[in-house]
Design a protein around this ligand. Structure first.
Ligand code: HEM
Ligand SMILES: *[C@@H]1O[C@H](CO)[C@@H](O)[C@H](O)[C@H]1NC(C)=O
Ligand SMILES: *[C@@H]1O[C@H](CO)[C@@H](O)[C@H](O)[C@H]1NC(C)=O
Ligand SMILES: *[C@@H]1O[C@H](CO)[C@@H](O)[C@H](O)[C@H]1NC(C)=O
Ligand SMILES: *[C@@H]1O[C@H](CO)[C@@H](O)[C@H](O)[C@H]1NC(C)=O
Ligand SMILES: *[C@@H]1O[C@H](CO)[C@@H](O)[C@H](O)[C@H]1NC(C)=O
Ligand SMILES: *[C@@H]1O[C@H](CO)[C@@H](O)[C@H](O)[C@H]1NC(C)=O
Length: 321
């Protein structure tokens, strides 16, 4: 009897472990039965958004990053402020800076029509980021799915955990390590700055203070971005091809033409130099490492099982106050 009970308890433990590991894991097939059209719906809207405005591809990629770095990839970044709730949108790195929210609304509305209450906003961000990279000429990868959405957000955490453009290599490394990403991941993911734009205010300190900057590049930028104004003037993060997901970002770093202080920080320490050089020489090594690091970033503390919810609208929790 005791032996039988013992065996039974082992069996139960094994079954429980299998259930838990299935629940705890994301999978590319998560919507295969519940919403087989999900991936196509998101991709079509990404293509349309990029047709409307190329930069939106970059903006969608950044949304996923800013989501994942704050309490994991749980779509917390998408929650709007209201009378009784303050979300992450007005945190310093996000305020007047994050964009593409209306594109996510279009995706969610179409997904709710096709498969109500099934596809999470956190997964939408992961799929959209992947598709945006691909449609701007970059690599693709199998996207892991099954994240659920948070019912809340944390502005303090957004201010703490999203690195600032003034960050040095020590801070950048520790910000990434805090979410389980390596130094190699940091260098690869920073390659996202091969697309998109930055406001003058984010690189002003660099062009009037840093010595580690190409002099003619600094002059060009000082003309666009005077000391005393033009804070919202835009400059491509990759000065040459800001609409193409290539490896020019790394080539720029080699000649001290990184736009942000944080970009150039990757290429003046001995530790970083080999990786930056590797990616600048070999675009397929960059693509490979970028794809791997994106999958890793997308797996930061997802809400699974009974945690969180599937939001009906990405801008607010289903929970009534
Ligand atoms: C390593 C630390 C990072 C810092 C300090 C940083 C900082 C910034 C800043 C200051 C901007 C310009 C914002 C503005 O002008 O309002 C920006 C833009 C952007 N960032 Fe980052 N970033 C980092 C990493 C990443 C990562 C990991 C990704 C994605 C994987 C990413 C994707 C982007 C994209 C695509 C844009 C352009 C967005 C657009 O044009 O709308 N960044 N970043
Ligand atoms: C593209 O632009 C059209 C016309 O302004 C707009 O109706 C549509 O919603 C936009 N699509 C996306 C995905 O933003
Ligand atoms: C965010 O922007 C609004 C203006 O649109 C401003 O009132 C507020 O102070 C800004 N918040 C931060 C943290 O910069
Ligand atoms: C928000 O994040 C900060 C910084 O990590 C943390 O100290 C605080 O407890 C969090 N607030 C909530 C309500 O979880
Ligand atoms: C990096 O920045 C932090 C915070 O600003 C500072 O405490 C630290 O001394 C800096 N490290 C280096 C190597 O400059
Ligand atoms: C900024 O400074 C320049 C040169 O000192 C001056 O010509 C210009 O009027 C100033 N602009 C603003 C907005 O103050
Ligand atoms: C305010 O936002 C929170 C988070 O999305 C939500 O739970 C709450 O229902 C909202 N309140 C109102 C009055 O819409």
């Amino acid at each position: 009897m005791a032996a039988l009970l013992f065996k039974l308890s082992i069996l139960c433990t094994i079954v429980l472990k299998i259930i838990l590991s299935v629940e705890a894991q994301l999978s590319p097939d998560h919507y295969s039965y519940s919403c087989p059209q999900a991936l196509q719906i998101v991709e079509d809207v990404v293509v349309e958004a990029i047709q409307n405005e190329t930069r939106l591809g970059a903006s969608l990629l950044r949304l996923h990053f800013h989501d994942c770095f704050v309490n994991g990839c749980d779509a917390s970044v998408l929650l709007d402020d209201n009378a009784t709730f303050t979300g992450e949108k007005t945190a310093f790195p996000n305020n007047h800076s994050l964009r593409g929210f209306h594109v996510v609304d279009v995706m969610k509305a179409e997904l709710e029509k096709a498969c109500p209450n099934v596809v999470s906003c956190a997964d939408i961000l992961a799929i959209a980021a992947r598709d945006a990279v691909y449609h701007l000429g970059g690599p693709t990868w199998e996207v892991q799915l099954g994240r659920r959405d948070s019912t809340t957000a944390n502005k303090t955490a957004a201010n703490l955990f999203i690195p600032a453009p003034s960050s040095n290599i020590t801070i950048l490394t520790s910000n990434f390590a805090a979410v389980g990403l390596s130094f190699h991941d940091l260098v690869a993911l920073s390659g996202a700055h091969t697309i998109g734009f930055a406001r003058c205010t984010t690189f002003k300190q660099r062009i009037y203070g840093d010595v580690d900057i190409n002099p003619s590049f600094a002059n060009f930028l000082r003309n666009k971005c005077p000391r005393n104004g033009s804070d919202n003037v835009l400059q491509g993060l990759d000065v040459k091809t800001p609409s193409h997901f290539d490896n020019l970002y790394y080539k720029n770093l080699l000649v001290k033409k990184g736009l942000l202080h944080s970009d150039q920080e990757l290429y003046h320490t001995d530790e970083a130099d080999p990786i930056v050089r590797k990616f600048s020489r070999d675009v397929s090594k960059f693509y490979n490492s970028f794809a791997k690091a994106m999958i890793k970033m997308g797996e930061i503390s997802p809400l699974v099982g009974n945690n969180g919810e599937i939001r009906r609208h990405c801008r607010r929790s289903n929970k009534k106050p």
